[in-house]
Design a protein around this ligand. Structure first.
Ligand SMILES: Nc1ncnc2c1ncn2[C@@H]1O[C@H](COP(=O)(O)OP(=O)(O)O)[C@@H](O)[C@H]1O
Ligand SMILES: [Mg+2]
Length: 310
């Protein structure tokens, strides 16, 4: 296994914040760590990065423990922390030179690499500006550039898109895809279900310090069944609507509230025309239709009874 945590435990005071966390990250994948604020994601990441010492358990990189000595892991790992780690008074260039030297680069190799990472993150033309003049999104991108300086095999990103503009966000998401296509393994931490769903091959869902589910997106969605949800605003709901819909064998459940009907359906796309006909045939006056496919938000709700979002 590329990277593995075994029964990782961390407490602050008497509060167990990371509670026997077992993760297995395969080489070449984008691994998502998804959970609401306070779930223990950053604490888990900090232990993997060697910034925090676990109270119990182990971290194995290619079979070797990184808890006692994490130097070998630090050399092959880039970290994009949740909080920006840059010198505000220095320019982007100067910050990158600083990080490059920290990683042991020098001379032409360092010059070359600074240019490359600026180009990758789309900020070459702003390189001579001070970081404190940068927008939040640009700071994030330079933070990522800094983590790339030493060409890490493993990139760990902790909520890299929180509080930034859509353009920087898109740039970051597309960059992650590209890094991965070039062979980099990535651990992507987020409380945004859509991002994790878009980027990650496998996902661990964390809540209150525990991993409550781990698998591919499809495996996780299978936990909530594979039904789609069709939401129709139909005006007044007549008994007839319910009756006609329940006659279809692919309709799993019907929930009626005021003037909307929620229909759990297998393969909604195929059956939508029939559903619409049935509702209109029963005198329904359809004002809107929405189809929701199962997503990770639904998985979280299914497992915890709570929404993922704050
Ligand atoms: N240094 C610390 N001292 C005390 N409590 C902490 C510390 N760091 C994190 N916590 C607490 O641990 C829990 C998990 O935090 P964190 O790992 O940052 O969660 P996440 O990254 O998923 O939002 C939270 O309840 C947080 O308040
Ligand atoms: Mg965090």
């Amino acid at each position: 296994m590329f990277l593995q945590t075994k029964d990782l435990v961390k407490s602050f005071g008497d509060k167990v914040v990371v509670d026997h966390v077992n993760l297995e990250v395969k080489e070449g994948e984008v691994f998502g760590l998804l959970g609401p604020n306070g779930a223990g994601k950053t604490t888990t990441i900090s232990m993997i990065c060697g910034l925090l010492k676990p109270d119990g358990g182990d971290i194995l990189f290619e079979g070797k423990s990184a808890v006692k000595d994490s130097m070998f892991l630090k050399r092959v790992m880039g970290v994009v922390p949740q909080d920006i780690a840059l010198y505000p008074m220095l320019t982007a260039n100067e910050n990158l030179y600083f990080w490059g030297r920290m990683y042991g680069l020098s001379g032409r190799e360092l010059d070359q690499r600074v240019k490359e990472v600026l180009d990758i993150m789309g900020l070459s033309d702003r390189a001579k500006e001070r970081i404190d003049k940068y927008s939040g999104g640009m700071k994030r991108r330079i933070n990522i550039a800094a983590a790339l300086m030493h060409r890490p095999r493993l990139l760990i990103m902790d909520e890299p898109t929180v509080g930034i503009d859509p353009q920087s966000r898109n740039h970051i998401l597309e960059s992650v895809k590209q890094f991965n296509q070039q062979g980099m393994t990535i651990i992507y931490t987020s409380h945004y279900m859509e991002e994790v769903e878009y980027l990650c091959h496998r996902v661990a869902i964390m809540d209150y310090g525990k991993v409550i589910a781990l698998g591919t997106k499809d495996e996780l969605k299978a936990m909530v069944g594979d039904a789609d949800k069709v939401i129709m605003e139909t005006g007044l709901i007549f008994d007839d609507i319910k009756q006609r819909l329940s006659a279809f064998d692919y309709v799993e459940n019907i929930m009626v509230t005021d003037n909307t009907v929620d229909i759990l359906v297998h393969d909604a796309k195929t059956h939508l025309p029939d559903l619409i006909s049935a509702v209109i045939g029963a005198g329904g006056d359809i004002a809107s239709i929405k189809v929701e496919e199962p997503n990770l938000e639904g998985v979280f709700l299914h497992l915890t009874g709570r929404q993922l979002r704050d």
